[in-house]
Design a protein around this ligand. Structure first.
Ligand SMILES: NC(=O)c1ccc[n+]([C@@H]2O[C@H](COP(=O)([O-])OP(=O)(O)OC[C@H]3O[C@@H](n4cnc5c(N)ncnc54)[C@H](O)[C@@H]3O)[C@@H](O)[C@H]2O)c1
Ligand SMILES: [Zn+2]
Ligand SMILES: [Zn+2]
Length: 333
């Protein structure tokens, strides 16, 4: 492993907000270099730089057959095991330890399915490669693939962590007309402007936040991306939509959380809500593409990384994330 980003999804698991089997080695946003190949593995070589995908598609289920690998129903990744059901990890007493999503990147080395290791073009830095593996694929894909935002559209993004700022980068890439970034932490707003947001709004009480957003967006936005995962901001995102507007839900809540909206105006105004998992990523196609866009200067992924840590600092990194500090903390090895 060369680098591993700390994603809020790791924190959801760490804090018990999502029921998962265990014990687990967390981490699912990793870049690595191939050290050894299993028997019969083709398409990779020792020394190859790779980004790891946390969702290996089976390529056999109806969703995969239809080209929608992000909806794969036969993925071994969600069992937190290798495709043959084994785990490569053991405690000293012999008990099994599972790699989160089959890759468990908070580790100096990992045994992963060959399909999870996506070869990247030469010259890509490990930190950028790592982030392509989750927040970039999730945020850029939510804008360009799930929503397919049109040039000139107005876009609002709630939450400016690695995922939300990747939505901002995606909106800039898609030539959105106005890109309004919203967070409750002021330092995040500068980072969003730096990445091309046309306006940034500090979230305070709902009424003044909504007023500031609508002014900056020039009226009801065409698209609102929620990249936090809170019922309150999900409801706020839906309520901001004008007729024909689309809310794209990217942030993940604790299990069991619910949000509500008034149905009549929603239907009467032909509004839409889209859920977006992993930015509809087809890793083998999209990861090298995002890497090329980065190398061409069109996805400044490196500007998301604002703290480098060691494995021993993970609890401190999670504490900072709970406070909304840092855009993306990255474990470097
Ligand atoms: N859909 C997917 O496939 C997918 C993939 C990766 C992550 N996620 C989810 O996306 C969410 C964001 O992940 P991240 O790693 O960027 O998280 P993060 O914690 O780094 O960023 C969240 C941001 O939201 C801000 N925020 C929190 N409460 C707020 C509020 N009330 N108003 C305005 N801003 C607020 C924080 O200050 C922070 O900047 C998480 O729920 C994560 O689990 C989803
Ligand atoms: Zn993630
Ligand atoms: Zn499948």
């Amino acid at each position: 492993m060369l680098a591993s980003g700390v994603c809020h999804s790791d924190l959801h698991v760490r804090d018990g907000e999502w029921e998962r089997p265990g014990p687990l080695v967390l981490g699912h946003e990793g870049a690595a270099v191939v050290e050894r190949l299993g028997a019969g593995v083709a398409g990779l070589r020792v020394g190859q730089a790779v980004a790891l995908t946390w969702y290996v598609a089976c390529l056999r289920c109806p969703a995969c057959q239809a080209g929608r690998q992000w909806l794969c129903s036969g993925s071994s990744s969600v069992r937190h095991r290798l495709p043959d059901g084994r785990t490569p990890l053991r405690r000293e007493d012999g008990t099994e330890v599972l790699p989160y999503l089959g890759i468990g990147t908070f580790a100096e080395a990992a045994v992963v399915p060959a399909e999870a290791a996506i070869a990247l073009p030469d010259g890509i830095a490990p930190e950028a490669a790592a982030l392509i593996g989750c927040c970039v694929a999730t945020g850029v894909g939510a804008v360009t693939k799930t929503a397919a935002v049109e040039p000139g559209a107005s876009v609002i993004v709630f939450g400016l962590g690695g995922v939300g700022l990747s939505c901002v980068m995606g909106a800039v890439l898609a030539d959105a007309g106005r890109v309004v970034a919203v967070d409750r932490v002021a330092a995040k707003l500068d980072r969003a402007r730096d990445l091309g947001a046309t306006a940034a709004v500090l979230a305070s009480d709902r009424a003044s936040t909504d007023a500031a957003i609508l002014e900056a967006a020039g009226g009801g936005p065409d698209y609102v991306f929620e990249a936090i995962g809170l019922p309150a901001t999900i409801e706020q995102a839906v309520a901001l939509l004008p007729p024909g507007g689309t809310a794209v839900l990217v942030g993940l809540t604790p299990f069991g959380a619910r949000a509500s909206f008034e149905v009549f105006p929603f239907v009467d105004g032909s509004r839409r809500i889209l859920g977006s998992n992993y930015g509809f990523a087809v890793a083998a196609v999209d990861f090298p593409r995002y890497a090329q866009l980065h190398l061409a200067g069109r996805l400044p992924i490196d500007r998301l990384v604002d703290r480098r840590i060691h494995l021993d600092d993970l609890e401190d990194a999670f504490a900072a994330m709970r406070r909304g500090e840092y855009v993306r903390q990255v474990v470097v090895f």
